[in-house]
Design a binder for this molecule. Structure first.
Ligand code: HEM
Length: 694
């Protein structure tokens, strides 16, 4: 079923050079987009079929230092891939196999990843053979996918293109860590809720033994649904994945002694295994023991048939944990087992899992199709838009892979005229449809244009490449209904005229970004670069995952601010420039932030560093507003700040940049231009390095 290699075959790439603007295609070495392009080229030259045949040979080549169960490592590699990809959570897009961070702390020492150090070590000869042509992240996904295929399982394809991280810092918020406790605390480990992806920090989803180790299947079913739901898996996908994954392999818990220290505790000899020889039949991984089926190296739907057609009783297995067996079974069936989470599929209080189990037991083709699709989603979802997938890509569309329409054949519009229209509208113009702000007696839309563009672009998540202004989903629910976006329906109406004048040649998303960019230039910012070519989505689907994290609401505190910044993928310096720049023009509006309207600066239609000097020199006092949210007003002046603004002053690592920009207007202007260009380009997967704009 695998398709032949398809290398970034986007229809957008054939449209020729960007006809407007000087947006630079030259990005510094080490920039992710450059690294991505270098990797794409290396991957394009790689014969993935050869890698897959090496992997298949590796699966059957049992090594004495870690003997394969029944002479085949394939199930072990399915688990490796599942634990690498299964960390993905839709709440903030973190997790997934990109970065190959299972190699690092904290993930490598998670209880659920016990002994996967051996799987990664077994992969080394393949990694060594292909070097930088295949990243660890891609190799780990390919290993499990090829393993499924090698055992006769259904596979749709392989979405490659993951860049490796140099450390595990992008997983710190998955926990356990102080950062995780600050933004995603878990009151009682085992009952963790969203935004965490699992019920237990350190497990991929749920406790296999049942909630808090209690073997109660009905309660376990609730946890399974909740935790798989947090990564966006529906009931059918959940059952397909669990039954498909557990068609293979076995659980390991030869005795109650345990696996021994984690890599964090003993990097030189992690998980030695404290039962007998510690390997082979003496392996201790999870502390459960036995296979799910009598044919654990072969794809089948036996998992479901055996689940349905037998009674199951709970007992304490040799590893000291509750697990389930068929009472009085004889022969090979006496050895098969189920975890409480497996049994839970028969005890779903909603009655839904049982129905799906029956369907998959009765209809193998239906099960094959459901598993192949769910596995591809599990493995590829953290990659974001389908456009980012390289390698042996399955044919889209997949609703979970956000995609955008191709550019209109009318593109490009006459950019100089678009730009001139926006410039004329920014200052000295107002329409009754949505009257402009007035500063020093002059109508001014510039601040609103910039705020609209910022709100549109700042939904971007570098964690899973969702959001951003490409698609202009800010025009649709749910984004348009977010309180922080309250006035933008009006601002979009103001821009309607321009849109109508240039028709299909001009997308809303280009128009929104250009309006913000022109506003900065027009108000005295440095000449800005711009590269058109964005296209418009037809609805707001996908944005439900992107609820604002940076809004100055009651729950906002420094940890959330830093977290939001990290998810957006900007540095502290870039973030300070962006927030300061955004709050330099225009004002806060009562309609979306309580009953106070007022500017941050005394010259709200001039783009300069006054925001930073105000922040450091004025004395701000708290004023409560109707919404209960706090705002801050300068003593004796009609100048305001949000709590988030004051954090930039209060936090020393933000403050150094505030001080730098307060002292050096040019440094601010340059930093703003660079940060803005970076942000509004983050979602240009059609042209990652800006080559089309040269
Ligand atoms: C093994 C739990 C879902 C694939 C295991 C083990 C546990 C476990 C405890 C034993 C590890 C060991 O002792 O070696 C769970 C739970 C799940 C879940 C609680 C969700 C409710 C999945 C999914 C897949 C999967 C979705 C893949 C699609 C596997 C495989 C093995 C395994 C292939 C066997 C590895 C080997 O033979 O070495 N699982 N699992 N599991 N799991 Fe899962």
């Amino acid at each position: 079923m695998l398709r032949k290699a398809l290398l970034l075959a986007s229809p957008l790439l054939s449209l020729g050079a960007c006809p407007f603007g000087g947006e630079q295609g030259v990005l510094p070495d080490g920039h992710p987009a450059v690294a991505q392009e270098t990797y794409a080229a290396a991957l394009g030259d790689l014969d993935l079929d050869l890698v897959r045949s090496d992997l298949k040979a590796l699966f059957l080549n049992s090594q004495d230092h870690w003997p394969a169960d029944l002479g085949n490592y394939a199930p072990f590699f399915v688990r490796l891939t599942w634990h690498c990809t299964g960390t993905y959570r839709s709440s903030d897009g973190r997790g997934g196999c990109e970065g190959g961070r299972q190699r690092f702390e904290p993930e490598r020492s998670w209880a659920d990843n016990t002994n996967l150090d051996k799987a990664r070590a077994l992969l080394w000869p393949v990694k060594a053979r292909y070097g930088d042509a295949i990243s660890w992240g891609d190799l780990m996904v390919l290993a499990g996918t090829t393993a499924i295929e090698s055992m006769g399982g259904p596979v749709l394809g392989f979405c490659a293109g993951r860049l490796d991280d140099k450390d595990g810092s992008e997983s710190i918020e998955l926990g356990p860590s102080e950062e995780q406790e600050a933004v995603a605390p878990c009151v009682l480990n085992g009952t963790c809720v969203s935004p965490l992806g699992s019920t237990t920090v350190g497990l991929i989803y749920v406790n296999p033994e049942g909630p808090m180790g209690n073997p109660i299947p009905a309660e376990s079913a609730l946890q399974v649904r909740d935790s798989f739901g947090r990564m966006g898996m529906n009931d059918s996908e959940t059952v397909a994945l669990i039954g498909g994954g557990h068609a293979f392999g076995k659980v390991h818990g030869a005795c109650p002694a345990g696996a021994g220290p984690s890599p964090k505790e003993d990097p030189l000899n992690p998980y030695p295994g404290l039962c007998g020889t510690g390997k082979g039949k003496d392996t201790f991984t999870s502390g459960f023991e036995g296979p799910w089926t009598t044919t654990p190296n072969q794809w089948s739907n036996l998992y479901f048939n055996d689940l349905l057609n037998n009674d199951w009783e709970v007992h304490v297995g040799p590893g000291g944990h509750h697990q389930w067996r068929i009472p009085n079974a004889t022969g090979p069936m006496a050895g098969i087992m189920r975890l409480t989470t497996d049994i839970s599929l028969l005890h779903d209080p909603a009655g839904i899992y049982q129905k799906i189990v029956k369907e998959f037991a009765a209809d193998p083709a239906k099960f094959d199709n459901a598993f192949a699709n769910a596995w591809y989603k599990l493995a590829s979802r953290d990659m974001g838009p389908a456009l980012r997938c390289l390698g042996q890509v399955a044919a889209p569309p997949f609703p979970w892979h956000p995609s955008l329409p191709a550019r209109s054949s009318e593109f490009p519009p006459a950019w100089p005229q678009v730009k001139a229209s926006l410039k004329e509208m920014a200052r000295g113009y107002s329409t009754p449809i949505f009257p402009a702000d007035v500063f020093s007696g002059q109508s001014y839309y510039g601040g609103l244009f910039l705020q609209l563009a910022w709100r549109c672009a700042s939904t971007f998540r570098q964690t899973d490449y969702r959001g951003g202004c490409n698609g202009a989903r800010i025009r649709f629910s749910p984004e348009k209904d977010w309180p922080a976006n309250a006035e933008f329906v009006g601002v979009l109406k103001v821009l309607d005229d321009v849109k109508a004048r240039f028709g299909d040649a001009l997308s809303w998303s280009d128009l929104i970004i250009l309006a913000g960019t022109v506003a900065v230039e027009e108000a005295g910012g440095l000449p800005m670069s711009f590269c058109g070519g964005r296209t418009d989505a037809t609805d707001g689907s996908g944005s439900e995952l992107l609820t604002p994290r940076l809004s100055p609401g009651p729950g906002t505190d420094l940890a959330f601010l830093v977290d939001g910044m990290k998810v957006m993928g900007v540095t502290r310096r870039e973030f300070v420039a962006l927030v300061g720049g955004g709050h330099t023009l225009g004002q806060m509006h009562a309609s979306r932030s309580g009953f106070i309207s007022g500017p941050w600066t005394s010259s709200p239609s001039r783009f300069n560093n006054e925001y930073f000097t105000n922040l450091l020199t004025e004395v701000y006092q708290e004023v409560s507003v109707q919404s209960g949210e706090k705002k801050y007003k300068a003593l004796g002046k009609e100048l305001f700040m949000f709590k988030t603004d004051l954090f930039l002053k209060a936090d020393p690592e933000f403050r150094i940049h505030v001080e730098e920009f307060a002292l050096d207007n040019q440094a601010f202007l340059e930093s703003y231009r660079a940060a803005w260009t970076k942000l509004v380009r983050s979602d240009r997967f059609d042209d990652p390095t800006g080559k089309l704009c040269e």
